[in-house]
Design a protein around this ligand. Structure first.
Ligand SMILES: *Cc1c(COP(=O)(O)O)cnc(C)c1O
Length: 449
């Protein structure tokens, strides 16, 4: 931290009024020309209050805002930056690739290399195709699964997020309805009726959806859900799901856009012996650049155009710069033995620090860790599905978020997100964040008293 000495953080802890924030001006200006002032809704801080911090640069585990304030960053661009911001080797790979141009719209050897690196990392993947976002990956996987199974209905799980394509922007209707309703205006209900919504970690609810529809062709799941807060699927549930899909000829799409190469090198497969029919990756696999992947069994992937009839394409798909970043990331991951164990122990250190200081102030807290991913809910019972998650105290989360930000810690700006540890974090940095948490809890408790 050459340019942004740690004293700055300490100073903020002592006298938080001293921090200068001009981001509010930046946000007001952005709002004039960008819808809502942001290019992805969660960034607007709507669910935690206040205004978003405008970022100047990232360095290691720190984000630096336009005013030069440094924050310990537990968001890491929502997952991708496993080695933190501005990692030397990844930047170098990008710079080398830059010399040759930005985009060709023609194949390169590097794409084949990245494909091989992914296929050898994950069981059950024979072939892949690259796209530019997780949304595209899941959307394309769904189209392919529908074509392969010859059936139109799909099942998703309440609380899982798979990007913003029409078929997947569907939530559970009221009561015990299994057929989904659009979760956004603009999604036709004629389309959303083909998406049934089951309960996470509840195999009976899946069975009910299958019976109700009679023509389910695909099931898509986040095996380690990170978009309702961190809620891992139970092993027994995942294995039952696999069995059910195989018995019924349903294509199982495992969405590892967040968890792949993040929770562990081989994502959920490190925890549960499950193979997908199709799988999606994104975030880490692009090394911080716009790159995502869908892949799976050859007989399904071979249905894609040009070999098969299922259409899917992309002008910037397999972009050389993104491919170079992804390759550099996977190479680094493969050679760093013990990395995930180290990141997991830092995650455990952080959540146990949170637990003990929350407990000291009688604040109920539930925590979860999967590798370098962690989550916490202000709730008094364990969270196993979206209904449980929604019962958490979001107002408390908002207060905590504000206090942590004031003390130089950048947490996800919603209760329903996951936290990420990155390699440049050390025990000392985690302890600084725990110290900030314990001061935040003390402050919040004193407000309540
Ligand atoms: C982030 C995410 C997506 C969407 O990826 P984008 O690149 O934001 O379109 C899909 N699925 C999961 C599980 C994700 O976490």
């Amino acid at each position: 931290m050459e340019h942004f000495p740690k004293s700055r953080l300490n100073q903020a802890q002592i006298d938080k009024e001293d921090r200068i924030h001009t981001s509010i001006n930046d946000f007001n200006e952005a709002k004039q020309v960008i819808a809502g002032g942001v290019n992805s809704p969660v960034r607007a801080f709507k669910s935690v209050g206040g205004t978003p911090i405008f970022i100047q640069k990232g360095q290691g585990c720190y984000l630096i805002d336009n005013d030069g304030n440094a924050y310990i960053d537990f968001v890491q661009s929502w997952g991708p930056l496993l080695f933190g911001h501005s990692d030397d080797e990844i930047l170098q790979a990008v710079q080398e690739s830059l010399q040759n141009g930005l985009s060709f719209g023609a194949p390169t050897r590097a794409e084949t290399q990245l494909a091989k690196a992914i296929i050898t990392s994950y069981d059950g993947v024979d072939k892949v195709r690259f796209v530019s976002s997780g949304t595209e990956a899941t959307m394309s996987a769904i189209r392919l699964a529908r074509a392969f199974s010859g059936r139109d209905d799909i099942i998703k799980f309440d609380g899982c997020y798979h990007g913003h394509s029409d078929s997947l922007l569907v939530s559970a209707g009221s009561g015990c309805a299994t057929f989904g309703t659009p979760s956004s205006p603009g999604v036709p209900s004629d389309l959303s009726k083909h998406t049934l919504v089951a309960r996470y970690n509840d195999i009976d609810s899946v069975q009910k959806c299958i019976e109700a529809s009679g023509q389910v062709g695909a099931i898509i799941i986040e095996p380690i859900a990170g978009n309702m807060g961190l809620v891992p699927a139970e092993a027994e549930f995942l294995l039952s799901l696999r069995k059910l899909c195989s018995e019924r000829g349903i294509v199982l799409i495992i969405d590892e856009v967040m968890s792949g190469f993040r929770a562990a090198f081989n994502g959920v497969q490190h925890f549960v012996p499950i193979e997908p029919d199709l799988v999606c990756f994104g975030k880490v696999v692009g090394g911080g650049m716009p790159l995502a992947v869908f892949g799976g069994r050859a007989e399904i992937m071979d249905m894609l155009s040009p070999q098969g009839a299922v259409y899917q394409a992309g002008t910037l798909s397999g972009n050389p710069i993104a491919t170079a970043a992804g390759l550099a990331m996977l190479k680094k991951l493969a050679k760093d033995k013990g990395l995930y164990e180290r990141l997991e122990s830092l995650a455990r250190r952080f959540v146990s620090g949170l637990e003990s200081s929350a407990k000291a102030h009688n604040i109920p807290l539930q925590t979860q860790v999967r590798g370098s991913m962690f989550g916490f809910f202000f709730a008094s019972k364990p969270v196993k599905n979206f209904d449980d998650a929604k019962s958490a105290d979001t107002a408390m989360y908002a207060r905590f978020h504000q206090e942590m930000l004031q003390r130089g810690v950048y947490l996800a700006c919603s209760q329903f997100e996951t936290g990420f540890i990155c390699a440049p974090m050390s025990e000392a940095i985690i302890d600084e964040a725990i110290q900030a948490a314990s001061e935040s809890f003390a402050f919040i408790a004193s407000e309540r008293a």
